[in-house]
Design a protein around this ligand. Structure first.
Ligand code: GDP
Ligand code: MG
Length: 221
């Protein structure tokens, strides 16, 4: 019984140490690191592609794709940029700092301004694993329903900003935007909240502004 608790503690301790070395690397090169969490299909890859389309010419972007298996998402990103690494977790429901550390060795991190990490689609497990990122971001989407902050509070508490995608679907669903915002505010009053549609592009400029501001802040440090 005691042994089991010790193993779990060690896993987190080991992750903390590796997260710190990732953070040091990001700090040394003044590269902004974003860790995006969401359910499968909320639009993480779509948002990364939108970000590259808007900022790819002026900002050096690297992407780390996390999935249980396949190189599907990395291939999509590769159409836009070269600096992309796919991590296959082989069944694990989240990325950890060691996996990200290895992926960083394959990226030209020293010449990056922004590294976006697409975590494994899951609203629970990735929350507990610091990857050394500057911002842990949650992306919710209209089709998932407005109750996600109520059902999965830890991810909404630990993330900032909170993003809401697929706003183009709001008119044809019973998603109550007021309720969603109220519930997010209840558990994370200071979180920035950005809503958009990767499909129509509406609202995406607010996200781009936010990213650019953080990239500049990190460069200025
Ligand atoms: N209607 C709508 N569909 C979207 C939007 N963003 C992404 N999708 C679609 O949602 C599906 C999953 O998107 P993807 O980016 O792969 O999600 P991920 O699993 O979180 O990376 C794809 O079919 C996208 O085309 C959006 O804003 N509106
Ligand atoms: Mg994806």
């Amino acid at each position: 019984m005691d042994m089991k608790i010790e193993v779990i503690e060690n896993v987190f301790k080991y992750n903390r140490i590796n997260a710190e070395s990732n953070r040091e690397l990001f700090g040394k090169h003044h590269v902004l690191a974003l860790n995006i969490l969401s359910s499968p299909g909320a639009g993480k890859t779509s948002l990364i592609i939108e970000t590259i389309k808007h900022l790819g010419k002026s900002v050096n972007i690297g992407v780390i794709e996390g999935d249980v298996s396949s190189t599907y998402d990395a291939q999509k990103i590769k159409k836009y940029i070269n600096q992309v690494v796919q991590i296959n977790t082989g069944g694990t429901c989240h990325l950890n700092a060691t996996m990200v550390g290895r992926a960083l060795e394959k990226l030209d991190t020293g010449n990056m301004d922004l590294i976006i990490i697409e975590n494994v689609g899951n609203l629970i497990c990735p929350v507990g694993f610091d990857l050394g990122e500057d911002y842990r971001i949650v992306l919710s989407s209209v089709n998932e329903g407005d109750d996600k902050p109520v059902k999965y509070p830890p991810v909404f508490i630990k993330c900032n900003p909170v993003l809401l995608n697929k706003m183009d679907l709001i008119g044809i669903s019973d998603f109550d935007l007021g309720f969603f915002i109220k519930e997010v505010r209840k558990i994370n009053p200071s979180a920035e909240l950005l809503k958009f549609s990767c499909k129509t592009g509406e609202g995406v400029e607010k996200w781009i502004e936010w990213v650019l501001k953080q990239v500049k802040n990190k460069k200025g440090k």
